[in-house]
Design a protein around this ligand. Structure first.
Ligand SMILES: *Cc1c(COP(=O)(O)O)cnc(C)c1O
Length: 473
């Protein structure tokens, strides 16, 4: 009988038997992988694998010298697979949260994707093709945005947080900016307004109380050191009960020096009356009509476009922003501007609810979601079907909108054991699928899953549930 090597060799002999990096590099099984990942990175992974096996040997792992090679190669392969999983790649969003920041917020409309592709080559980004002269960066996008929001001018920066910093710094550096205490919010991702004020070099002048701020509080606070008045939409939480704050119209009507603009940081960039869907989100046009000098919002929330920060408002203010050095640091890239142009055209064409994924998903009838759930279940094998039901649930708007703003929806619910490993297996496959676990069930809310993804979703669920022995019981 053949004895395991480990019994014949002592530990130090085994350690000496570890192959060298060069030996492994010559191994034909690894040649192909090395080519696609580059020599240096690959050598690093091989070293890590050797070190790991060495540690395991030192900790008494029972492995023969003839198996050392294979053990290391397996670790290198696992490393290569893990890299492939971490690549930025598509995820099927079965969370039901339409604007999921972790999943990259708004999925883009087909027209935007097409324009991004063509803009990734050389483009007329800053060239007027008619005259052959240098043109204003993204001139047409800015014109369309101004038209869409009913303002004189528009500007685009990297995101809404950048828009806030730029506006404060360019218009009120070293001066006081008045804000109601009830609006000193943290948006998420560490975006806390007092810190933003600080980094923009403006002095925070918070007025009123947490729940009540009156026009007279603003009037009393305005003096020669005032640089601006800002209202920040309380995107992610609500105040109810004994609450008062002036409207934008009231703020715009306050007596103030001409040098003090009223800025409305809206965040979500909603253009429509969403009350028929049971949602209350302020509209950009409402603030403009009420007299705000500037309105700031994100491109990738309810606007349904790429990540960017959009500033719309009066020309006198936007000219000041444009000449600020920070603008150069915060400007959006050509691919973003191309996608934004397409999204804006869709809004202007009146087809937003047909063509923008965010608005399609938001306006989808719960019954349609239910019938998609049923059709996915029908595609499952009978073994897999035993573990799933279709249940009603609530989809969230997300993206820093109110947690209370929900839409009735339906989900495929997977019951039984091993839900965490199952959820992980769904995430790690291709395409990745993200659901959520609630009340001992894994829910896949199909409001946020396009019809084109239903088939592959069914295939992946089926493959996993058939393989899961826990499910058979
Ligand atoms: C979301 C939000 C922001 C931040 O927007 P980003 O585009 O993510 O930078 C700023 N202000 C408000 C009111 C928001 O809701």
């Amino acid at each position: 009988m053949k004895l395991p090597w480990s019994l014949l060799l002592n530990k130090s002999e085994l350690l000496r038997g570890l192959p060298a990096v060069d030996e492994l590099l010559r191994h034909t099984e690894l040649t192909e992988l090395r080519r696609s990942h580059g020599h240096d990175l690959f050598v690093e992974w091989i070293r890590e694998a050797i070190n790991q096996v060495r540690r395991e040997l030192q900790n008494g792992r029972d492995v023969g010298t003839d198996q050392l090679f294979a053990a290391i190669i397996e670790l290198v392969r696992a490393r290569v697979n893990s890299e492939a999983q971490q690549v930025i790649r598509p995820v099927i969003n079965a969370t039901g949260t339409i604007l999921h920041t972790n999943l990259g917020r708004a999925p883009l409309p087909a027209l935007a994707i097409e324009r991004m592709r063509s803009a990734s080559a050389y483009t007329n980004l800053e060239l007027d093709l008619d005259s052959g002269e240098r043109g204003r960066r993204g001139a047409r996008v800015m014109k369309l945005l101004a038209r869409l929001s009913g303002t004189e001018e528009a500007m685009v920066v990297n995101n809404c947080a950048a828009a806030t910093v730029l506006v404060l710094q360019a218009l009120a550096f070293g001066k006081e900016v008045i804000i109601s205490r009830g609006q000193l919010v943290e948006i998420g991702g560490g975006f806390r307004l007092p810190d933003v004020f600080n980094s923009a070099g403006v002095i925070l002048r918070d007025i009123g109380t947490t729940n009540r701020t009156y026009c007279r509080d603003y009037e009393n606070a305005i003096h020669e050191a005032t640089g601006a008045i800002i209202r920040v939409h309380r995107s992610n939480f609500a105040q109810i009960g004994f609450v008062t704050e002036p409207s934008i119209a009231e703020l715009a009507a306050l007596w103030r020096p001409q040098s003090v603009p009223v800025i409305d940081d809206l965040g979500s960039g909603n253009l429509y009356d969403l009350s028929e869907f049971g949602l209350q989100e302020p509209r950009v046009a409402t603030s403009i009509e009420a007299g705000a000098d500037m309105v700031l919002f994100s491109g990738d929330k309810l606007f349904g476009g790429p990540q960017c920060g959009i500033i719309v408002g009066k020309k006198i203010w936007l000219e000041k922003l444009r000449s600020n050095p920070l603008m150069r640091a915060l400007r959006a890239d050509k691919v973003t501007l191309a996608a934004l142009e397409a999204t804006t055209e869709i809004h202007l064409s009146g087809n937003a609810f047909r063509q923008l994924p965010v608005l399609q998903m938001l306006s989808r009838a719960a019954e349609d979601v239910r019938s998609n759930c049923t059709s996915v279940v029908e595609q499952l094998s009978s073994a897999a079907r035993r573990r799933v039901t279709v249940v009603d649930c609530q989809s969230q708007l997300g993206g820093g909108t109110l947690p209370g703003q929900v839409l009735p929806s339906f989900a495929i619910a997977i019951g039984g054991p091993h839900l965490q490993p199952l959820a992980r297996a769904l995430r790690l496959g291709t395409p990745a699928i993200q659901g959520r676990i609630k009340d001992d069930r894994l829910l896949l809310d199909l409001r946020t899953v396009p019809d084109a993804e239903l088939k592959v979703l069914a295939e992946r669920i089926d493959a996993l549930l058939r393989d899961d022995p826990g499910g058979a019981s």
